[in-house]
Design a protein around this ligand. Structure first.
Ligand SMILES: *C/C=C(C)/C=C/C=C(C)/C=C/C1=C(C)CCCC1(C)C
Length: 244
């Protein structure tokens, strides 16, 4: 009973719990939207919309469990978080591939993006999950920097590398504009994650500004809503506008 009351009370006095609840519902709603709207776009976009729905759908299931884990323990659901990302971030790489496929994107490009993002996540997981008791700045910074190499690779590919060049050569202004918008998501939206990471015990924002580790989830939840739902909506708008 006490546990139930905790859940009922938490959203008004715990902003982190609030973002877990809203995040869960928003991801679920977005999935329904992408699945239903899949019927109103032309065939060549249906797979892209399905991938959008999978990204938010996989996240919704993980938010369901992370929310409970957090409300029950007050701790960061690190393992669930990284399982979610390990499935959803590669799917975002698949979106880049699908959008530029008509312009000649190869499977090789897709795999390079997937491997770079997997590197980013494995290093980030080691940084968080194996952070020594009480927090270690050298541990968090070392793995954070190693992770950033993977991030920068994806960022470079989206802005100046193969993805950017293929979008340019597609000759389709809707795809060009859409891929550029997704590149902005990678530059600005994805950059929110390292901010959350640095709030863990020993992290730069933790030791420097005293931001405690509940902020890790606050930043991750906000970033996930922006990036997963936002990415999907950009893909949706490319599909709708290039059909016109
Ligand atoms: C849906 C989930 C997404 C888009 C997750 C993206 C995650 C990142 C861009 C994480 C990046 C990190 C760094 C660049 C350094 C510190 C460790 C990470 C894993 C938080």
């Amino acid at each position: 009973m006490e546990f139930l009351l905790d859940i009922v009370n938490i959203p008004k006095d715990d902003p982190v719990a609030f973002t877990f609840f809203v995040g869960y519902m928003a991801m679920a709603a977005a999935s329904v939207f992408f699945i239903v709207e899949r019927n109103s776009v032309s065939d060549k976009w249906k797979l892209s919309l399905l991938v959008s729905a999978l990204i938010t759908g996989i996240a919704a299931v993980h938010y369901f469990y992370m929310r409970d884990y957090y409300t029950a323990t007050g701790a960061n659901p690190t393992a669930l978080r990284y399982i979610d990302w390990t499935l959803t971030v590669p799917l975002m790489c698949v979106e880049f591939y699908l959008l530029t496929k008509a312009a000649g994107a190869s499977k090789g490009l897709m795999w390079k993006l997937i491997i770079a993002s997997a590197w980013m996540l494995v290093a980030g997981y080691i940084g968080e999950a194996f952070n020594p008791e009480g927090g270690s700045t050298s541990h968090s910074v070392t793995w954070g920097i190693l992770s950033t190499f993977g991030y920068v690779y994806v960022l470079y590919t989206a802005w100046m590398g193969e993805v950017a060049k293929l979008a340019e050569s597609s000759g389709n202004p809707t795809v060009q504009k859409g891929v550029r918008t997704l590149a902005w998501f990678v530059l600005v939206g994805w950059a929110i994650y390292p901010i959350g990471y640095m709030c863990m015990p020993g992290g730069w924002l933790n030791t420097g500004l005293g931001w405690d580790s509940t902020n890790v989830d606050l930043f991750y939840n906000i970033a996930d809503a922006i990036n997963k739902i936002g990415f999907g909506l950009v893909v949706y708008s490319i599909a709708v506008n290039s059909d016109k």
